[in-house]
Design a protein around this ligand. Structure first.
Ligand code: DOR
Ligand code: ZN
Length: 424
């Protein structure tokens, strides 16, 4: 059955233009200046609405298998649809962690059963599973925790990383890095052991933790030239190092992402929200936040990903040292960015590039990320005039809270289409 999105403005070729979109068999069949009439059995009138490519959220933790009480593919998918994300890339720090072809296959089967959005899975790297990574079919990317984080061990051996980077080069895999230096974190944990306030997180996971890691990693990448994507960059100094590395010999293979947590919150948030905003890498100063915005606007930051990392409120209510790191965010990522664009903080073009186009290019989603004939009909329909308030009670994530609870945003994601199927 064909579906027409008539009379809207769609983001095509870098700008919003009047467009009518005909969808059939899950694809964008035709884009026309005139509305589709009888060729479509179903029509959505998009007058006054804007149509964007769905977000490709290349950093989520949907927690299956092992931590289904925090999230699963049903709740995670609903959260994704609610926030306008049509594709997600799921991290390997599950139980068991995704380290073998078998883990990868079983996890894929689990996700396939319940996912309502497109997905792909990361493999993890523990230094001993190169053969498994090499043999894994359909793998796009490998995640490395250079420093330990929630339910994941550190992997900072230069010899092992060099082997992984070499394999990634051969197999055209993206290596995604959680770039924090374990030694720096451990040193700071000792130093601040007596502190109890969550704000200490910024002193423990400080910018030196990030820059120490980035320095080593770009040096290694420079020898090999593989694709290296830095997840959740959080500091001004870290971003400066990446900007420099991007100018190097193989700098075009280096990309980086920022999260809404680091773009929309800074260290002031600990006072009000405590461990709810404890995440790794930490949320840092307002100067760091400002630098991330400048980097996003300038295109030094390639993509925005949510790092959707849900934990229960009960877990988050523990003391600083016990509470797990991670913030849910897939439902608020695109709405926050759209709001910023509608308030002229950033161009809509940069929002679409960072949330759809660049993730598609970096991770090889060949028919996604753009509104083009022949591409997948993964779209969001937004009412740019409608304002709404982020409310914990309306969220689909099992976490049930957001640090953005109570924020008033402009631009409402009314409908999300995944392969032409309409939600909302
Ligand atoms: O804050 C974080 N939470 N950072 C990570 O690296 C992992 C994540 C999680 O899985 O909860
Ligand atoms: Zn993460």
């Amino acid at each position: 059955m064909a579906l027409a999105l008539n009379n809207g403005k769609a983001f095509i070729n870098g700008r919003l233009e009047a467009a009518n979109i005909l969808i059939s068999n899950g694809k964008i069949e035709k884009i026309s200046e005139t509305p589709f009439g009888t060729r479509a059995e179903k029509e959505i009138d998009c007058r006054g609405k804007i149509i964007l490519p769905g977000a490709i959220d290349c950093h989520v933790h949907f927690r299956c298998p092992g931590f289904e009480y925090k999230e699963d593919w049903v709740s995670g998918s609903l959260a994704a649809l609610h926030g306008g994300a049509t594709t997600v890339m799921d991290m390997p720090n599950t139980r068991p962690p995704t380290l073998t072809v078998k883990d990868f296959g079983e996890k894929t089967a689990l996700a396939k059963k319940s996912a309502a959005v497109n997905f792909s899975l990361f493999m993890g790297f523990d230094g001993g599973n190169l053969q498994e990574i090499s043999a894994c079919q359909g793998l796009r990317a490998v995640k490395v925790y250079y420093g330990a984080s929630t339910n994941s061990n550190a992997m900072d051996s230069p010899e092992s990383l060099e082997k992984l980077f070499t394999l990634a080069m051969q197999k055209n895999l993206v290596v995604v890095l959680h770039a924090e230096d374990e030694a720096e974190i451990k040193k700071n944990e000792e130093k601040f052991r007596a502190e109890k306030e969550p704000a200490v997180h910024t002193k423990i996971r400080n910018d030196a933790a990030e820059t120490n890691a980035i320095r080593v990693l770009v040096c290694l990448q420079e020898k090999i030239g593989n694709k290296l994507h830095f997840a959740h960059i959080s500091s001004k100094k870290g971003l400066e190092l990446i900007k420099k590395a991007k100018k190097g010999q193989f700098g075009r293979a280096i990309t980086c992402e920022a999260t809404p947590n680091h773009l929309f919150l800074d260290s002031k948030a600990y006072k009000k929200m405590g461990n709810l905003v404890k995440c790794n890498p930490s949320i840092k100063s307002s100067a760091d936040r400002k630098a991330l915005w400048e980097g996003l606007i300038a295109g030094d930051i390639d993509s925005v990903a949510s790092d959707h990392a849900p934990h229960t409120l009960e877990e988050k209510k523990k003391g600083y040292w016990e509470a797990p790191s991670g913030i849910p965010g897939i439902e608020t990522m695109l709405p926050l960015l759209i709001d910023a664009a509608l308030r002229n903080k950033i161009a809509m073009q940069r929002v679409v590039e960072a949330s759809s186009e660049r993730p598609a290019e970096i991770f090889g989603w060949a028919s996604k990320g753009f509104i083009r004939e022949g591409f997948d009909a993964d779209l969001v329909i937004v009412d740019p005039k409608r304002k709404f308030t982020v409310e914990n009670a309306r969220l689909f994530t099992k976490a049930g809270y957001s640090p953005f609870n109570g924020w008033k945003l402009k631009g409402f994601v009314e409908k999300t289409l995944v392969g032409g199927a309409v939600y909302g």
